[in-house]
Design a protein around this ligand. Structure first.
Ligand code: NAI
Length: 364
């Protein structure tokens, strides 16, 4: 199948298959849309079963970055890279340097950052060979984007709980967190500090037990997680968790978490609406990390400035959810149409887009 016929192609500006035999590098770099600026998105290293699987992943993720950056008010486009390989076995300095050379060939049209399978040390090595890297500074607000992503999800939960349950505080609100990794754990800390009651599940039982000890969380099995009654479900592990099958069994009022591509397909958003579940679109609420790394690349260097931008996720989420309620549309559809409008305005040279104050690009 031609790449342009791929179901997830979605008019990508460029899709590059790159290889360096000596360095054993095989990678795909996808640039979805640069209307708002150079494409920004992480590089993932993963043992894909074949090139098709890698292509599908990179196309979906890079498109997601376009929408995420647009809705976060980040003046950068969407892109992503995947390195085909096992991060435990195939990671070498030579491979990272060869990847840097490929990024350089794009002359700044793509800016790379950390994603699954890559470490900060890998990115720092790449940064020694390429200027088009971010998320590598050591200042207190930078480096690991997980806590920044958690901060954005926390603001998203506040907004969604306000719309769905009419509550202005999270005290006493039950939140079921699926996955206590980098983001999930930092989110649990914030929610616990606000008096939320936590329910947790992780395939790594020690993480869940730790959360029970630290936050008084109730531990459920990974199977029970999606059928457990709670005010909020926060998917913080995997994508694709919201399908017709799982939605039929959910017993929550709100869904708001950090995992990318939570909706298994396009109809899932509408199914959630029909079930009266308020879904905070993933790419809107999980933009905290990218706001921080974009800030680093664009020279916005204060932690307070970055946190203020992340806090806007609260207002953006509120705007989307209220509009969806008023227009009786799926929240995912409303967010997509708002993002598309921002991109269209940028292409037409109209700036700032503001559909809402919270989406003003402002100056970086
Ligand atoms: P992580 O790898 O640190 O944590 C994932 C956690 O989920 C691990 O503790 C793992 O044991 C657990 N897990 C895996 N499968 C599970 C299952 N079926 N049920 C329950 N727990 C399970 O990853 P991180 O960085 O916390 O990211 C989580 C998700 O958020 C990923 O999908 C990632 O792509 C997405 N994301 C992360 C961002 C970041 O800044 N780290 C930014 C935007 C999205």
């Amino acid at each position: 199948m031609a790449v342009t016929d791929h179901p997830d192609f979605d008019a990508h500006e460029a899709v590059l298959f790159v290889a360096d035999r000596r360095a054993k590098l095989r990678a795909i770099i996808a640039l979805h849309d640069t209307s708002l600026g150079p494409a920004l998105g992480g590089v993932r290293m993963y043992p894909y079963v074949n090139e098709d699987a890698a292509l599908t992943d990179v196309l979906r993720l890079s498109r997601g970055m376009t929408y995420k950056n647009a809705m976060a008010g980040v003046p950068m486009g969407g892109g992503k890279a995947v390195i085909i390989g096992n991060p435990r076995r195939d990671r070498t300095d030579r491979l990272m340097i060869a990847y840097a050379a490929q990024v350089n060939q794009l002359g700044g049209r793509y800016v790379t950052a950390e994603d699954l399978g890559m470490s900060l040390a890998d990115l720092k090595l790449i940064a020694r060979h390429s200027p088009y890297v971010t998320g590598v500074a050591d200042a207190d607000h930078q480096g690991d984007p997980g806590p920044k992503t958690a901060l954005g999800v926390y603001h998203g939960i506040r907004a969604a709980v306000q719309v769905a349950l009419g509550r202005h505080s999270l005290s006493g609100t039950s939140v079921a967190i699926q996955g206590l990794g980098n983001v999930g754990w930092a989110l649990a800390q914030r929610l616990h500090a606000d008096g939320a009651q936590l329910i947790v599940a992780d395939t790594d039982a020690t993480r869940a037990e730790l959360a029970a000890a630290e936050f008084g969380a109730r531990v459920v099995s990974t199977e029970e997680m999606l059928t457990t009654p709670a005010d909020v479900l926060s998917p913080c592990a995997l994508g694709g968790v919201l399908s017709a099958h799982t939605i039929a069994r959910l017993k929550v009022a709100v869904i708001c978490g950090c995992a990318n591509n939570q909706l298994a397909n396009r109809t899932a958003g509408e199914q959630l609406r029909e079930k009266n579940i308020v879904y905070a679109p993933d790419y809107v609420v999980n933009a905290g990390g990218v706001i921080a790394v974009a800030g680093e690349y664009l020279g916005q260097s204060t932690a307070a400035g970055i946190n203020a931008r992340i806090e806007r996720i609260y207002q953006t989420t509120l705007d989307i959810l209220e509009r969806a309620r008023d227009e009786q549309r799926a929240t995912s559809e409303v967010a997509d149409s708002m993002a598309r409008r921002i991109l269209q305005d940028a292409r037409l040279g109209r700036r700032p887009p503001p559909l809402t104050d919270s989406l003003s690009l402002g100056s970086w």
